[in-house]
Design a protein around this ligand. Structure first.
Ligand SMILES: [Fe+2]
Length: 145
């Protein structure tokens, strides 16, 4: 006979599976914009996959605005930790370009460990097209320096 705790644990399993630390959702489902999923791997300077690395990402909304809070933190941001194979997944929207400036839309990335912070950018061109389900899928790997 299943105990009450066992039953609750079964209910929680799907929730925990979705909450994998190497995957994060930055933009809520109701955020205006083109849905986008960015996946990739982080490699060390030695070329080997780097597990357990902190990846902080932030980007503009579909209008190209960061809408930073009083501490300067962009509204659309999040942190994940790379998986055993160095992989990560970001579920968000495609950022908008800065209004009135000819700079490609981009996501700012910080790859962080204690005492280490490598800044990166993922840039998007207007020639990119979504898949048949309407979602942009982008692959971007990083290498630590
Ligand atoms: Fe920026």
């Amino acid at each position: 006979m299943m105990t009450r705790i066992g039953f609750l644990a079964l209910l929680l399993i799907p929730t925990l599976a979705q909450a994998s630390p190497s995957r994060m959702k930055i933009a809520a489902d109701n955020e205006p914009g083109q849905r986008m999923i960015v996946t990739g791997q982080v490699f060390g300077a030695d070329g080997r996959p780097r597990a357990g690395l902190q990846l902080y990402a932030y980007h503009t909304d579909a209008q190209g605005q960061y809408k930073r809070d009083a501490q300067g933190v962009a509204r659309l941001h999040g942190t994940l930790v790379t998986a055993n194979d160095g992989s990560y997944t970001i579920d968000t929207i495609k950022p908008g370009q800065y209004p009135g400036r000819n700079i490609p839309a981009h996501i700012h990335i910080h790859l962080r460990e204690p005492g280490f912070d490598q800044e990166e950018e993922i840039r998007f061109t207007e020639s990119m097209h979504p898949d048949s389900d309407g979602v942009f899928r982008v692959r971007h790997d990083f290498r630590l320096r």
